[in-house]
Every structure is written in C-alpha cells, then in structure tokens.
Design a protein around this ligand. Sequence first.
Ligand code: NDP
Length: 339
Amino acid sequence: MPTKIRWALVGASTIADEWMVNAIRTQPDGTIEAVVSGSAERAREFADKHGIARLSTNLDEILADRDIVAVYISSTNEKHLPQVLAAAAAGKHVLCEKPLALSETDASQMIEACAAHQVVLATNHHLRCAATHRRMRDLIRSGAVGTPLYVRVFHAVSLPPHLRGWRIERPDAGGGVIFDISVHDADTLRFLLDAEPVEVSAMTSSGSMGSAGLADGVMGIIRFSNGVLAQIHDAFNVPYASTGLEIHGTEGSLIARDVMTQRPVGAIELRSAKGLEIVEVVHQDLYITAVAQFHRAVVLGEDPAATGPDGYRSLATALALQESASTGAHVTVSPQFTR
Ligand code: NDP
C-alpha cells in the first residue's frame, strides 16, 4: 500500500489549474510530482505557477517513474484513450476527465485495460460529489418524494471565453455541448435515481457559438429504466439563466437551484403535503471529495466516486443524444456496463 499518492498531471489544463491541483494537494497523502503537456512552454508555465518540480512533453518518461502512483488526465477528449492505455500499462491508477472517450468501443478498451493491469479507473464526474446531490439522493432513497416520476435539468450556461476554443470549434477533440455538459446530466441522474438511461430523444442548436457543426445547445428527453422521464436543457450560450434540477414524485417534489455547477453552492426545497421544507446542506468542495474517494479506492480498494463503467454509461447516453439529434429518431442507449 502506498503511504503517499504521488500524482502526475497529464494535461496543462484549465480544470487542473482551477480545481484539481488544489483538490490533490488538500489530501493529507497527496502530492503532485510532475506535469505532462504537448507543449514545453505550457508545461513550464504550469509547473512554475503551481510549484511542480518535474515537467515533460514525454508521457512515457513520466510514466516510467516508479514513484508515481496515479495520473490525472485532463487533456482534450481525443487524447484520453491513448493516455489512459499508456498509464494502465505502466501500472498507474487513473483519474480521467469526462467524457471518458469519444466512442463506446474506446471507453470499453480503457475499462478493460485498467482491469487487466489491476489499476483503478475513475471518471471525474464531480456533480455526484456535491453535497446537494448526495442529500437529494438520500431523500429520494428514503421515500421523501414517493415514487420519482419526472426530472427537469436546467444546465444552460454561458461558456466563459477562456473555455471556448476546442469546445466550440473542434469536433475531432470531442467538442460540443453534449460531450461537455449532457454527460454530467446523465451521470448525475443515474446517481440520483439509481436507474439507467434506456432511450433518448434530442434536438440541438448550433451556430450562435458552436462552429464546424458542433452543438451549442440541446434539449433532450431521457427515459430511465425505472420509468422516470427526464428533460434536459444544456447550452453554452445562455448568460442569464440559473442552473437547477427538479425531481417530481408521487408524494413530493425536490426543487434544487444553482446545483449544476463546479462550486460548492446551491439550495434545495422539498415540497409535499406537509408544506415547504428547506433542506439543510453542508457544502464541501466537490473535487476535494472526488479525489479523497479516489485515494480510498487506491489505498483501501473502495470504489472511486465515479468508476470507469460510470464514465461509459454517461458517454453512451451522450452518444445516443447525438445520434437522436442528427437522425430525428428516438435512440436506445447501449446497455453495456449497466448495474
Ligand atoms: P483546456 O482547454 O484548458 O485544456 C485542455 C488541453 O488543451 C490541455 O491539456 C492543453 O494541452 C491544451 N491547452 C491548454 N491551454 C492551451 C492554450 N493556451 N493553447 C493551446 N492548447 C492549450 O480544457 P479544460 O481544462 O477545460 O478541459 C480539459 C478536460 O477536462 C476535458 O476532457 C474536459 O471535458 C474536462 N473538464 C471536466 C470538468 C469537470 O468538472 N469534470 C470541467 C472542465 C473540463 P496539453 O495537454 O498539451 O498541455
């Protein structure tokens, strides 16, 4: 058992810069040993900013370091597959960003490789680590809304200028709102409902921000294995809406506002025959919670907050939404890796 989880960062990315460096360093047993980037200049800039001792443009060189226990992969999405396969082959535990890959075949390959090399594969779906979503999940499980029937997700936001780039320009890098935001909806709903997406229908919009055919907005319907119908609205180009999630059941409704976000914020109301109740939530940094669980997965053999198969399921839902938007048909979600 390692006493320290020594990490290498693969990707000099915004998410690493803004959230994950802090999340790793907050762990009592977490250190960051190296950063790998496709650009020596970006690696140097990132290493200097965060006081990281080693930098490289050569992933294999860093993976050859026996002291490194885990890698956090936050490159653009098309790089996740080769980087995860290389890390697994080197015996490193892997926390990979979402979407896990660009195709179901690639995601399966990543899951199989990590299993074969006996390393943890986790997907960085942060929302299931939010105190708000965990509280709602507990309430649903305890019957607070009765039988869940419908969900509405409000996840239309304004993509900040520094995050545009490949997200709105590069289909080859896995850009577009569905891979960026809808995957999070799919994962959060699976987590809240303890059910699997089975069929979807979607329409997308493009052109006000997305280029090269990439969607910048989507409205979709997801049917879950327990019969729940969920409607999702995700967008890059909505500056003045707030985010939210509502779950409507036979005995009550949970109304959550400002909960589809990276920040540890948001409020929940429970409405039922008893009246309106404000649900108490003790907020915690979502990414710190995710990394803490990843460390427990490595050290104690527990499951990470979101596993490789969880990443597969959210990706499969996203791919089905994309297919539905492009064909106009209802699309069945691949059943592989359902619980
Ligand atoms: P960035 O665009 O900031 O970084 C992605 C890659 O782009 C980096 O790895 C880097 O490549 C390259 N890059 C960074 N800055 C520049 C630049 N100035 N010029 C050219 N290339 C640059 O992306 P994000 O951090 O927003 O996203 C990275 C991954 O994380 C994606 O998979 C995304 O889906 C995911 N993500 C997840 C979130 C979550 O909450 N779970 C939130 C946001 C993103 P190199 O590796 O060569 O250094």
